[in-house]
Design a protein around this ligand. Structure first.
Ligand code: UD1
Ligand code: CA
Length: 492
């Protein structure tokens, strides 16, 4: 069988003990994406078949890499990077070479990987190691150069002698191998190290001892960080965030205090939109052009269309805000809330699975759940759709140009027709036809002079020095105010 030229192998089976997490390391996120997704995105454009070694939380990792067309290889148990290569032997048998990439190095760029493969091919070495010179090499394997400049060994930090620890050229964990020369050396690896693991890095000294040549290619130090600790993860995350806001600013988005703004990798924002400090745009959020997003907004998986204004401190998820619509401050849109063009939602309004038609408004202290509201309708302050009957969620349908008075409760399921009015303070239990007025509240009773009478009575009692009489019989306490009458129950 003719050998295929090259494969890409990603090592993603490890647990990531130093993160002190139950989650596998490569499933942790930086810049809004898992580490392994970053690596897949860098590797995919190389065009070589991709294999991913999985082990810890294998199913979850496999689910993330399959959409990239990768094939997974199970490493069980996980006994080190050298052992991961042993596990991959069968799958890589048809290939002459492999680029090996650690799954926890999310900053690697495709160009760097391609250049490594290119250097390797040109050098005809048995292996080529991607290295970098770091200010602080702590935690990385050190590159021990031979007198002739070739690579003689990679020494892991814990096994390194003092002089070796001073070396600032480190192993990125990315290599290109001639597989033919690798396989029998893998069998010679021994777990004689601090972690009782088979280190892939030990292969380098073994190749050198056999008289094979090992080349090195230096990368930019910024590209190689692995994310072994939460500290490193946070540093890498910050870098991605910075990159993203730089890109956005370069494309015409105004961002004040960009270091306080957090934008996930997939988010798109049109030109002349502006983000105020402390905003977060997450997931698959799309923001149009000329959109203003006020301080402290958190927007996830939502569409904000051209010219919309999101005032400060709104929380919006899985929702759509139409052209020129205005939201907030302090509004909460979730689970399929939708504002058509020019609709407005004001402060302390929550919308869930609800639609406000064009130009419709709900400006203050309102809950709209499972509601459809027609165009130009005004929903008064404090309106509540009572959508939950304790068992089911029920719909409320409000027509166009209707007026819902303040403090209305709409007991769903219920419908309000076009151009209808609902009087303030109503509890609506029955549907209201188009053009009608519905009032559903207790009728007011006014007692002229009541307060004056009460004051007079109190004054008289005080002048007489009278103590309030002790209650004589059940329910018959001394009255200090005017005689109370049962409130009228004439409700409409
Ligand atoms: C490794 C290198 C080190 C290098 C550093 C660069 C070794 C022994 N050391 O150290 O020289 O400077 O990367 O970041 O290789 N993995 C498996 N199966 C296993 C163990 C690990 O698939 O049994 C995967 C991990 O999921 C990870 C990658 O291999 O994605 C690297 O493993 P990690 O434990 O992070 O190696 P480092 O200690 O960082
Ligand atoms: Ca690592």
């Amino acid at each position: 069988m003719a050998r295929q030229e090259i494969a890409t192998l990603i090592l993603a089976a490890g647990k990531g003990t130093r993160l002190r997490s139950r989650r596998a390391k490569v499933l942790h996120r930086a810049g809004g994406r898992t580490l392994v997704e970053h690596v897949m995105r860098a590797a995919q454009p190389l065009g070589a078949p991709i294999f991913v070694v999985v082990g810890h939380q294998a199913e979850d990792v496999a689910a993330l890499v399959r959409p990239f067309g990768a094939e997974t290889i199970l490493q069980e148990p996980q006994q080190g990077t050298g052992h991961a290569l042993q596990a991959a032997r069968k799958s890589l048998a048809p290939f002459r070479r492999a680029i090996v990439i650690p799954g926890d190095a999310p900053l690697l760029r495709t160009e760097t990987l391609a250049a490594l493969a290119q250097t390797h091919r040109a050098s005809q070495a048995a292996a080529t190691v991607l290295t970098a010179v770091l200010e602080n090499p702590t935690g990385y394997g050190r590159i021990v150069r031979r007198a002739d400049g070739g690579v003689g060994a990679i020494v892991e930090e814990k096994s390194a002698a003092e002089a070796e620890r001073a070396i600032r050229e480190v192993n990125s964990g990315v290599y290109c191998f001639e597989l033919e020369k690798l396989w029998d050396l893998l069998a010679e690896l021994r777990p004689e190290n601090a972690h009782r693991e088979l280190y892939l890095t030990d292969v380098v000294a073994l190749l050198d001892r056999r008289g094979e040549r090992i080349a090195a290619q230096q990368a930019d130090a910024a590209e190689i960080p692995g994310c072994n600790t939460r500290r490193e993860l946070a540093d890498v995350d910050r870098l991605f965030r910075r990159r993203k806001v730089e890109e956005l600013m370069a494309s015409g988005v105004t961002i004040s205090l960009p270091e306080t703004v957090l934008v996930d990798a997939e988010v798109e924002i049109g030109p002349d939109s502006a983000l105020d400090p402390g905003t977060q745009l997450l997931g698959a959020t799309r923001v149009g052009s000329d959109v203003q997003i006020g301080a402290g907004c958190v927007i996830a998986d939502s569409a904000i269309e051209d010219g919309a204004v999101i005032r400060p401190y709104c929380v919006i998820s899985q929702s759509r805000v139409g052209r020129g619509a205005v939201v907030g401050p302090f509004a909460h849109l979730r689970d399929g809330a939708e504002l058509a063009a020019g609709a407005r939602v004001g402060n302390y309004v929550e919308m869930k699975k609800s639609r406000l038609g064009e130009g419709a408004k709900a400006m203050h202290l309102t809950y709209l759940g499972d509601a459809t509201i027609g165009r130009e309708t005004n929903v008064g302050a404090g309106t509540i759709t009572c959508n939950y009957d304790g068992v089911r969620k029920n719909p409320t349908t409000i027509g166009e140009r209707t007026f819902i008075g303040s403090g209305t409760e709409l007991i769903a399921p219920v419908e309000i027709g076009d151009d209808a009015y609902v009087a303030a303070g109503s509890t609506i239990t029955q549907s209201v036809p188009a053009d009608a007025l519905a009032i559903a509240r207790a009728r007011q009773e006014t007692k002229p002079g009541w307060a004056r009478g009460r004051r007079a009575r109190l004054e008289a009692e005080r002048a007489a020095g009278a103590k309030p009489a002790a209650p004589k019989a059940k329910g018959a306490g001394a009255r200090r105010g005017p005689k109370r009458k049962k409130p009228s129950r004439r409700a409409r």
